[in-house]
Design a protein around this ligand. Sequence first.
Ligand code: IMP
Ligand code: MG
Length: 181
Amino acid sequence: MPSKQILATAEQLEQITTALAQKISAAYRNRRNAAAVVMLEGARRFASDLLAKLDFPMDAVYVKASSYYGGTISTGLVRIEGPQDLPERIRGNNILLIDDIYDTGRTMAAMLARLSEYHPESIKTCVLLEKNVPHIQNIPLDFIGLTVEDAFIVGYGLDYNGSCRELPYIAALSGVPAAEM
Ligand code: IMP
Ligand code: MG
């Protein structure tokens, strides 16, 4: 079993989400019709803590974007599954796209391309973590919680083959085979 190095404690995550919520509240203060698009499963926990801290209510739409089919190998394929009314929930709205981690950038790029087809008023992007690696798809990130070094990250919603998702902190796994990163 790989060993873990803690990168952000539960208390630090609390501070990170509070600071992000203040910035997002300020950025959306004068906008109407805001909606969050939350990428499942990884971003569910982060997004629920974050959205609860905004100083105005923001509806959330949950979308499943899967690029990892078992293990930690990215196939470069992004499959997007959302509710049937996703186009209507995007059209004309100011969208905040929320993911757990930005690694190759393929997931966010694929989601941005898809959401743009539905004619939002605007889209901003928010990630809890940005991996400090050369990204394959570079998209503008508007709100970033924390930058982490190149490692496989777990906890606070992020999983390794379905485990470690419920940890209250963020940790880097070491001992994950390099071929799986
Ligand atoms: P990207 O498309 O390579 O940017 O990867 C983003 C998606 O892959 C995220 O939504 C995560 O679900 C997953 N992912 C990427 N890196 C990690 C990691 O280190 N730990 C857990 N999940 C990850
Ligand atoms: Mg994901």
